[in-house]
Design a protein around this ligand. Structure first.
Ligand code: EPS
Length: 393
């Protein structure tokens, strides 16, 4: 990282989330509508809890854009937390409200609660859970939407869909033959309440979520993120921290509750003989080099190979559950049941949208490492020249 830099701040029930992204060249058309579209997508999804009925996320662009175009300067964004109005005292920055609500002392297994409380020396777990909460991913999605806008200028499209919830999967997954229609799957998934491209499986997934909700437990699942239109040669083999697959894995792993990441054929490839794993190379005049399979998921040697990028991430069930698990009160040290106020039953559909944002940030950073440019014109000039060169190679 370094070509695109970004950071965010904000507590889950604080006043707002803020974010800054720097490195997008000058002259890119950008409006808050581009961002709000993805924010809305992240909020949807069957299985979300009461909080999403309160929030209606919108991003305000505070800087870095003039008359609808980026300036090349840092872009800062603000997303208000509507729930803040219920927490003005409990989450106040002023000390006079210190005793307005009691402390959270019952750590939830699987959450940041216990480790965070010990590490930061906090006897009120709220001081940890407010930031570890997946609420902050709203800002990741907003920041990610700005770079998706940038990448789209170069024909790069990024999307996601859900391929598993609990033990319910769909056949529409995994690497496939040349020409697999990612965009079509994406379009179908966008119309599904669980963001799954398979209508039959969608219904079964929803049923599973209904059962989990009724019985008071949470569910995980697997989402797939794809990117099409990537040129050959984004990322590099020359140093461990320039390998694109490594960066993508880290980016997806950083999403709350993600416990596994695969690229292309992923874990399944370990069981197959080599001749059933490698994507053989072909050449045709006019078309250039091409592959008939995509087990590599679009990355070989830490670089894009011109095939669609395919990433999968496995999300564990959300730790907060209506039927709380056994835990210990961090103050009294007595055995108790973990804390529960409200929660989502399943947030895998939302995690897919977050995965798109994280992948887009890695890709935009590596893209700018390759092509550079302080203005869109400059980046496009560099990109076009390289694409002409690749055609001639
Ligand atoms: C979250 C717990 C829930 C989720 C939240 C993530 O929030 P609350 O504690 O306010 O009910 O709704 O997700 C969001 C607020 C969001 O915008 O995605 C958690 O503990 O991670």
């Amino acid at each position: 990282m370094g070509n695109i830099r970004y950071t965010s701040s904000g507590e889950s029930h604080g006043k707002a989330l803020t974010g800054i992204i720097e490195g997008i060249p000058a002259g890119l058309s950008l409006t808050s509508d581009d961002i709000d579209r993805d924010l809305k997508r992240r909020q949807k999804g069957y299985g979300r809890g009461g909080r999403m009925k309160i929030e209606s996320d919108r991003a305000e662009i505070l800087s870095g854009v003039r008359w609808g175009k980026t300036l090349g300067s840092p872009i800062s964004l603000l997303i208000e937390n509507r729930d803040w109005k219920n927490w003005t005292e409990g989450m106040s920055v002023y000390e006079q409200y210190e005793n307005s609500i009691g402390p959270v002392t019952r750590a939830r297994p699987g959450h940041a609660d216990l480790n965070g409380a010990i590490k930061y020396n906090q006897k009120d777990i709220r001081n940890i859970l407010e930031r570890s909460s997946a609420r902050e991913t709203a800002m990741r999605v907003a920041i990610g939407a700005t770079v998706k806008r940038f990448l789209s200028e170069f024909g790069i499209k990024i999307g996601s869909y859900i391929i598993e919830i609990g033990n319910q999967g769909t056949e529409i997954s995994g690497p496939d033959k040349d020409g697999r229609d990612f965009l079509k799957s994406f379009k179908v998934a966008e119309g599904s309440p669980v963001r799954c491209p398979d209508e039959k499986a969608s219904k079964k997934m929803m049923k599973l979520i209904d059962t989990a909700k009724a019985e008071g437990y949470s569910l995980g699942g697997v989402f797939e993120v794809f990117a099409t239109g990537l040129p050959i040669g984004i990322g590099s083999h020359v140093q461990w921290d320039r390998r694109l697959d490594g960066k993508l894995a880290q980016a997806l792993m950083s999403i709350q509750a993600v416990k596994g990441v695969e690229i292309g054929g992923g874990f399944g490839m370990a069981q197959r003989p080599g001749f059933r794993v490698m994507d053989e190379i072909y050449y045709k005049k006019g078309r250039g080099f091409f592959r008939k399979t995509n087990n590599a998921g679009g990355v070989e040697g830490g670089m894009t190979n011109g095939m669609p990028l395919i990433l999968r991430a496995a999300m564990k069930p959300i730790p907060t559950q209506r039927n709380p698990l056994k835990s210990v009160d961090i103050v009294t040290k007595r055995s108790i049941r973990a804390a529960y106020e409200r929660s989502d039953v399943c947030a895998v559909p939302a995690a897919g949208v977050i995965g798109e944002a994280m992948a887009a940030l890695v890709l935009a950073d590596a893209f700018l490492e390759k092509f550079g440019g302080d203005s869109m014109e400059e980046t496009k000039r560099n990109y076009d020249a390289y694409m002409d060169y690749v055609k001639e190679f």
